[in-house]
Ligand binder design. Structure first.
Ligand SMILES: Nc1ncnc2c1ncn2[C@@H]1O[C@H](COP(=O)(O)OP(=O)(O)OP(=O)(O)O)[C@@H](O)[C@H]1O
Ligand SMILES: [Mg+2]
Length: 425
């Protein structure tokens, strides 16, 4: 619960012109925000907040129709990082509407309710139910900016970005290709902001795959991680599309890249503060820093080919993950390049049995499609939007975004998952 909201226990919301000098707030990261208003004036205030420099990186869309319109929209679509809903209701009816919204919210989505009742008991109940903020109309744009900023720029709040580490079970399995394509799908299909960090410093292909000419990018950040802040990060990123940026590898051989594990970790921590989804493309190298980054990621994706070396290595990584990440889900396994002509293969069923994990995705060997994509600097989805491979990559993107995760209900809170994620302690 934030101080400023708590203030509403005792004070009316400040009116435009009453606020004094604007507080120094950190810019809000690259999150997606949807607002569902009932009154055009509220929509107008939110729109004006979205034009403020502090919300310049966020993607804000304003709809009318209140909570009901939000529930309808999210029956079929994933939810953004933050939803603002306006309601005139109070009491039981309000909580029925909020329960319907909780049912369609993905894990990690935050909710701010904009109400018309300056009533402490409604406010307290709402916060108890896991709503992240309650604001009372009439709203001044600065109140919205402050509320969003508090939710995302609070130094005590957990980082907004989930990290997904991709590593091949051996060299050349297609791990980077899958990492880049999944990052692309998350940014296009789910409209979530994604940064792909290419950590294969001498040989990384993220720049090539997205047809971008990388600047020094991530190597500069790693050599002096203490200098990295969101301003420098903006300069080092290569923007590929509205929702996708690359932290590209320099791919030069005249430099040594002997950075330590701590440098990699602190750079990734800063990246995770600015964007909801961080794809960590690791080379097939086992060293202190790759091990640390792999095992500390929120999700792990291992790409294997159906052969014995891949099987052994996948099993070893899974065993290590099981030991060191007892409270996390198992790494996701992709079996790639199945059906290379004349190559003997371990059948997928036997592979799965041996590693003790069902693969999340099996992709066929398709040299025409993958070769064209690699040589043209295009994504698989762009080349073959209706194909099975694209469908598989979208499915993996969806799994990794938690779109399948069913919200957990409990008697005490209709937004238990929001509550869990909203604040530490
Ligand atoms: N399903 C597939 N069918 C055919 N070719 C593929 C397939 N998946 C990936 N490739 C190709 O395999 C090559 C290696 O892919 P990629 O560089 O992504 O592998 P990697 O596992 O990241 O390798 P490294 O060990 O170098 O990091 C690329 O040329 C890519 O286009
Ligand atoms: Mg690679």
């Amino acid at each position: 619960m934030s101080n400023a909201v708590r203030k509403q226990d005792t004070e009316a919301p400040p009116m435009p012109g009453d606020e004094g000098p604007a507080p120094a707030l950190k810019p809000v990261p690259r999150i997606t925000i949807h607002a569902f208003c009932e009154h055009p004036e509220t929509g107008g205030a939110i729109q004006r907040a979205g034009e403020d420099r502090r919300l310049a990186k966020a993607h804000l869309t304003v709809h009318m129709g209140g909570i009901k319109a939000a529930v309808e929209q999210y029956q079929t679509n994933g939810t953004p990082n933050l939803i603002l809903v306006e309601t005139k209701l109070g009491g039981a009816e309000l909580f029925v509407d909020l329960a319907a919204l909780a049912d369609v919210c993905d894990a990690g989505t935050k909710v701010v309710v904009i109400g018309h009742l300056n009533d402490v008991s409604v406010y307290r109940e709402m916060i108890r139910q896991g709503v992240n903020e309650y604001l009372v109309t009439p709203l001044h744009p600065m109140q919205i900016i402050e509320a969003v900023s508090r939710l995302y720029a609070d130094p005590d709040a957990p980082p907004i970005g989930r990290s997904i580490a991709f590593m091949g079970a051996k060299g050349g399995t297609g791990s980077s290709t899958i990492a880049h394509n999944v990052g692309w799908c998350i940014s296009t299909r789910m409209q979530e902001d994604v940064i792909i960090t290419d950590l294969d410093l001498p040989f990384g292909t993220a720049g090539l795959d997205f047809n971008q000419d990388p600047a020094q990018g991530i190597a500069d950040a790693l050599t002096s991680p203490e200098r990295l802040d969101d301003v420098l990060l903006d300069r080092l990123l290569v923007k590929c599309s509205n929702h996708l940026s690359l932290f590209a590898a320099p791919a030069v051989l005249d430099r040594d890249f002997d950075m330590d594990a701590d440098s990699y970790e602190s750079v990734l921590e800063i990246v995770r503060e600015t964007v909801p989804c961080v794809i960590v493309d690791l080379p097939h190298v086992w060293s202190a820093w790759t091990k640390k980054l792999l095992l500390s990621a929120d999700d792990i994706v291992i790409t294997a080919t159906p052969d014995l070396a891949s099987l052994r290595n996948t099993k070893n990584i899974i065993d290590l993950a099981r030991q060191t990440r007892a409270n996390d889900g198992m790494p996701l396994v992709v079996i790639n390049q199945v059906g290379v002509p004349k190559r003997p293969e371990i059948p997928v069923k036997d592979f799965a049995e041996a590693i003790g994990v069902e693969p999340v995705l099996v992709l066929p060997f398709n040299p025409g499609l993958f070769g064209t994509a690699a040589n043209n600097g295009q994504m698989i989805e762009e080349l073959d939007p209706k194909g099975k491979t694209t469908e598989g990559l979208r499915f993996l993107a969806k799994q990794l975004c938690g779109r399948q995760a069913a919200p957990v209900k409990s008697s005490s809170s209709i937004f238990p998952f929001l509550k869990r994620l909203s604040r530490k302690g």
